[in-house]
Ligand binder design. Structure first.
Ligand code: ADP
Ligand code: 5GP
Length: 207
């Protein structure tokens, strides 16, 4: 019997390297994982495409999705809305693929409430100084937005211990490998294998 896919949430400070990690994980293990594409009201960065990095929506369109209950979760992050479209995630899990949600902390906790078997991973650079370097080095945000995102990181750090695992993104390939191993280990947990346990018990009783 094919096992259903699991949900994996990847969160972390802005500039920690989540997007870079996701790209590498999917290039390496593209047959196993599906990355959910979020909806957002923020403007696309140079090089970003509608339907690839995000579904870039107006505020009205985003509110329409909320009304239609088409989102698993949504949250406001530094003045923009971000949310996870429901249908793709459910379809992919049904098809046996693990679905990765790269989302911020408020959304992550809502997903865990709704789907308690979700694996929660938190990505951090080795030091705060390195975070600032990466965020500035990316060169995609104004000084004001960088300041607001670093302020937000202070708040996020207060909640990072609610995650199942912390992944230090120092060497990218090492971090990708650890992420893959943690996801595979999650498949073996007893709480995600209730059906298998019930079946073995039934079979043993009927021997
Ligand atoms: P996030 O999606 O978490 O905001 P990004 O993936 O955009 O972060 O990465 C922020 C910057 O840090 C990018 O310029 C990226 O190339 C760089 N970066 C990501 N991972 C590493 C790493 N392990 N070592 C050094 N630089 C990294
Ligand atoms: P960015 O603007 O850098 O792409 O993303 C800003 C923050 O929004 C990041 O922490 C990212 O993980 C988060 N984010 C992206 N998509 C979603 C989503 O669908 N839901 C929630 N709650 N957060 C998201």
């Amino acid at each position: 019997m094919k096992q259903k896919g699991i949900l994996v949430v990847v969160s972390g400070f802005s500039g920690a390297g989540k997007g870079t990690l996701m790209k590498r994980l999917l290039e390496t293990y593209n047959e196993r994982y599906s990355l959910s594409i979020s909806a957002t009201t923020r403007a696309p960065r140079a090089g970003e495409e509608h339907g690839r990095e995000y579904f870039f929506l107006s505020k009205d369109q985003f509110q329409q999705m909320i009304r239609e209950e088409a989102l698993i979760e949504y949250a406001c992050y530094v003045e923009n809305y971000y949310g996870t479209p429901k249908s793709y995630v459910l379809e992919q899990m049904e098809a046996g693929r693990d679905v990765i949600l790269e989302i911020e902390i408020q959304g992550a906790l809502k997903v865990k409430e709704r789907f308690p078997d979700t694996l929660l991973l938190f990505v951090t650079p080795p030091t705060a100084g390195e975070l600032e370097n990466r965020l500035r080095g990316r060169g995609t945000e104004t000084e004001e937005v960088i300041h607001n995102r670093l302020k937000r990181a202070v708040e996020e750090a207060e909640l990072m211990d609610q995650y199942d695992y912390i992944l230090v993104n120092d060497d990218l390939d090492v971090c990708v490998q650890k992420m893959h191993e943690l996801i595979q280990a999650q498949h073996l947990r007893t709480d995600g294998n209730r059906e298998l346990i019930a079946r073995i018990r039934r079979e043993l009783r009927n021997l």
